[in-house]
Design a protein around this ligand. Structure first.
Ligand code: PA5
Length: 447
């Protein structure tokens, strides 16, 4: 049984049954393309069976390792970029206390991130924090050669070894990378770090349910079994419902129908700030998977009602190439009511006694109707609450949705050739061996 549903009621004014039919007719065949590994990039479909193939021993090993690290760490640094950090951050921020870092609870380990930018100020300030805290870290890179995490790890390794000595530092580092290739694998072997493997058949942005995501999530104290079980429910559901009534298929079909009708920009919206990084993870997943060959929906995100006061005007009245996908959460797990005020000076007594979530939900309904009236179709994805289990479902939902949508768009949803362009320029400009000719060309253009 899954807990996620999809509602397409608010695209009906924009998309006819015939337009949707084009994609309805493709769904069965697209599921077959995925499950029978017939499409482009089919050696990267390992994510489809990660939940069902996960053993109890594997989960136990991750949990035990996480417990070891938690015991000696007030702070745990996740060093990685793109698919090597966004999934973990998405789950951790969705589930953890939103002010956890300020609560100073004795047995909490706070998760911080590095290697996802090149900012000197960020790194220096991180080291200022780590000077004062007991910490350990995971360095995560599937290729083992990505510059940002490699540079960050070199600096952090140096700091950790100076703080604890080489022997103790070694016990505080976990490497998560390819089983054989890459500089990180060589380094981890040489130094004797505890190492986890990123499976060959799982691409970076689909790797949250491998050690890439699961170790940091477990270190954050989140129940990874519940997360995986949520994903498993969605895996089983998709396998058993390879048709156009499938909630994931509905999302993929609606996106494609809207895109081909000129709605080229999708905004993923939620009314819960803790889902901010779910949207960041989703943007990478969909952006890298579909944005190629001059095609693809541009993925953006907003948190409402916050962003109604910044992006609301554009969404209501700007260029009409937008649609929104709302992650709608039925009920919050915490409760607070708006108090009655004797004098009602702020004139809010008309909502006194209501739960804040009732007002938030009313804002959601009001906004959906206003945006639809303004020419912005809305897809609604509903979950009953935010928990490890529903987030697990959502992860699998969006991964399968992306594969279906990407194949219907006729692109390879599992490669990212365009990411190399900036890297080659950067290597050339930094003077890396083998990039001399490119460096000369680039210098002429910037002089
Ligand atoms: O989805 C992908 O494969 C990429 O976005 C990678 O996750 C990202 O570039 C980081 O790569 P790596 O894990 O090799 O350091």
């Amino acid at each position: 049984m899954i807990q996620t549903s999809t509602n397409l009621k608010h695209i009906k004014n924009f998309i006819s049954e015939d337009q949707l039919l084009v994609y309805k007719n493709k769904i069965k065949e697209t599921f077959t393309t995925i499950y029978e590994k017939r499409g482009a990039g089919n050696d990267f479909l390992g994510w489809t069976t990660l939940p069902s193939e996960m053993t109890k021993e594997f989960i136990k090993d991750i949990k035990d390792q996480a417990e070891l690290l938690r015991k000696k760490s007030q702070v745990f640094v996740v060093v990685g970029i793109g698919g090597s950090y966004l999934g973990a951050r998405a789950v951790i921020e969705a589930i953890s206390h939103q002010f956890g870092s300020l609560l100073n609870r004795a047995d909490d380990t706070q998760i911080v991130y590095a290697g996802h930018n090149m900012s000197e100020e960020y790194m220096v300030e991180l080291l200022e924090l780590l000077d004062q805290k007991d910490y350990s870290m995971a360095v995560i890179s599937k290729s083992g050669t990505t510059t940002e995490p490699a540079v960050a790890f070199r600096i952090l390794k140096n700091h950790l070894e100076n703080k604890y000595g080489k022997e103790e530092a070694r016990t505080r580092i976990v490497a998560i990378t390819d089983k054989a290739k890459g500089a990180l694998k060589t380094l981890a072997n040489e130094e004797g770090y505890k190492t986890y493997i990123v499976p060959d058949n799982v691409g970076g942005r689909y790797s949250v349910l491998t050690p890439v995501g699961l170790l940091p999530i477990a270190v954050a104290g989140i129940d990874i079994e519940e997360l995986v079980n949520g994903a498993l429910a969605m895996e089983t559901y998709c396998k058993e419902n390879q048709n156009c009534d499938n909630v994931v298929a509905q999302y993929a079909m609606a996106r494609q129908a809207l895109y081909h009708d000129g709605k080229t920009n999708e905004i993923l919206v939620s009314y819960e700030p803790r889902l901010h990084y779910i949207a960041e993870w989703w943007k990478q997943l969909y952006g890298e998977s579909e944005g190629k060959e001059g095609k693809g929906i541009f993925p953006a995100s907003d948190t409402f009602t916050t962003d109604l006061h910044s992006m609301g005007q554009y969404i209501q009245e700007g260029l009409r190439n937008l649609f929104e996908t709302i992650i709608s959460v039925e009920k919050p797990t915490k409760e607070i009511r708006i108090p009655l005020a004797d004098n009602d000076l702020d004139q809010l007594n008309y909502i006194a006694g209501k739960r804040l979530s009732e007002v938030n939900r009313t804002a959601e309904t009001a906004t959906i109707l206003a945006h639809v009236d303004g020419g912005v179709p809305n897809i609604i994805i509903q979950i009953p609450e935010i928990s490890a289990s529903t987030i697990g479902e959502l992860i699998y939902f969006f991964e399968m949705g992306c594969a279906l949508s990407g194949y219907m768009l006729e692109v390879n949803p599992f490669d990212q050739p365009g990411v190399e362009a900036y890297k080659k320029n950067m290597f050339a400009l930094l003077g890396k061996k083998g990039f001399e000719e490119r460096a000369e060309d680039l210098r002429k253009r910037i002089e």
